[in-house]
Ligand binder design. Structure first.
Ligand code: HEC
Length: 124
């Protein structure tokens, strides 16, 4: 009798837990709309074309000459305008790529998207 009760309790908990695990995380606020998706893709392409990864890391991967960019967008010390300024004019070691406004906003939208996906990364 005790074994049956234990089985029923464990099995029910398993069902409830599975239901819970499989239903969270499916709705995400991170998915950009169609229009933004194109901009994100364009920004990503620029990020790859100009080899930003040689100096910058996303999720810890990349070069170490420049700062980590995963959470730069939501970082109160950096944020959108700061990133924009560096992309427009370069920095002491960050090269000036002479991007136009469109390219800059695409790159920033891409980094904003990356930032939005970094849910657990930010807690560290
Ligand atoms: C030669 C190495 C190098 C390359 C290539 C490079 N960066 Fe940087 N970047 C830096 C450095 C170093 C800084 C910090 C400011 C400085 O010292 O000039 C920086 C700063 C930044 C910042 C400001 C954020 C912060 O935390 O300071 C952004 C945004 C950025 N880079 C984006 C890019 C993008 C996008 C590309 C590719 C188009 C790129 N960088 C390519 C070296 C680089």
């Amino acid at each position: 009798m005790v074994k049956i009760l234990a089985f029923i309790t464990l099995f029910t908990s398993y069902l409830i837990y599975s239901g819970f695990v499989y239903s969270i995380g499916t709705e995400s606020t991170v998915i950009p709309n169609k229009e933004e998706q194109l901009t994100v893709t364009k920004g990503k392409a620029l990020y790859e074309k100009y080899n930003c990864v040689s100096c910058h890391q996303l999720y810890g991967l990349g070069g170490y000459l420049g700062p980590e960019l995963t959470t730069a967008y939501s970082d109160p010390q950096r944020g959108e305008l700061f990133m924009k300024a560096l992309l427009q004019a370069g920095g002491r070691r960050m090269p000036n790529f002479h991007f136009n406004e469109n390219e800059i906003s695409a790159i920033i939208t891409y980094l904003k998207y990356v930032d939005a996906t970094a849910v657990s990364y930010k807690k560290k």
